[in-house]
Design a protein around this ligand. Structure first.
Ligand SMILES: [Ca+2]
Ligand SMILES: [Ca+2]
Ligand SMILES: [Ca+2]
Ligand SMILES: [Ca+2]
Length: 183
């Protein structure tokens, strides 16, 4: 009788432990999935970036790759955060810092050839191309950029400390400011 009760008790405890561990396990799995998704790395950036139309928008010849002119147009559109078709000094200062552009290459007054206090695509490209982001983004060196190469290149520019990830704050700030990512 006593033994029987003990066995029942142990069995019940075993069931409880199992239940707890199942809960614990499922909670752990959820956490893992959550953590994985909340790593703000270039994989995540590519997922979010390729969900926008930004690549297609500047692919003027529709061949699914960027030549350097299309690349510069894409950067221009990205920097033009108020979408008025020009880059003003505030936009240039902010994006120049965020995208870690060589400051001397983007000296606003030097680039603003017609002195209208805005950079058009030609004025912008003159400075921007000297940073050779096009060349450094072309990972397979075939002289054209796929959307993946572009996305990885942009991420590398924005990754301020170069450790391969952004903080959540950085990611959300840049995502909202330049790419219209939904939070
Ligand atoms: Ca193209
Ligand atoms: Ca603008
Ligand atoms: Ca100008
Ligand atoms: Ca390439």
């Amino acid at each position: 009788m006593k033994t029987n009760n003990k066995m029942k008790m142990w069995r019940r405890m075993g069931t409880m432990l199992c239940f707890v561990s199942v809960l614990g396990l499922s909670a752990c799995q959820d956490d893992d999935e959550l953590d994985e998704f909340e790593v703000y790395d270039q994989e995540r950036f590519y997922t979010d970036y390729s969900a926008t139309t930004m690549f297609v928008d500047s692919d003027a010849d529709g061949d699914n790759y960027y030549n350097e002119d299309e690349f510069n147009q894409n950067a221009f559109n990205t920097w033009d955060t108020n979408n008025d078709g020009m880059i003003d000094q505030n936009e240039a200062n902010m994006a120049g810092t965020d995208f870690r552009v060589n400051a001397s290459s983007m000296d606003f007054n030097t680039l603003d050839a017609n002195a209208d206090n805005n950079l058009d695509i030609d004025e912008f490209s003159t400075g921007y191309r000297t940073n050779n982001f096009y060349g450094t983004s072309d990972a397979n060196a075939d002289m054209r950029l796929s959307q993946r190469e572009l996305s990885d290149g942009i991420f590398t520019q924005l990754d301020q400390d170069g450790n391969g990830t952004m903080t959540e704050t950085e990611y959300n700030t840049f995502g909202t400011r330049y790419f219209g990512f939904q939070q």
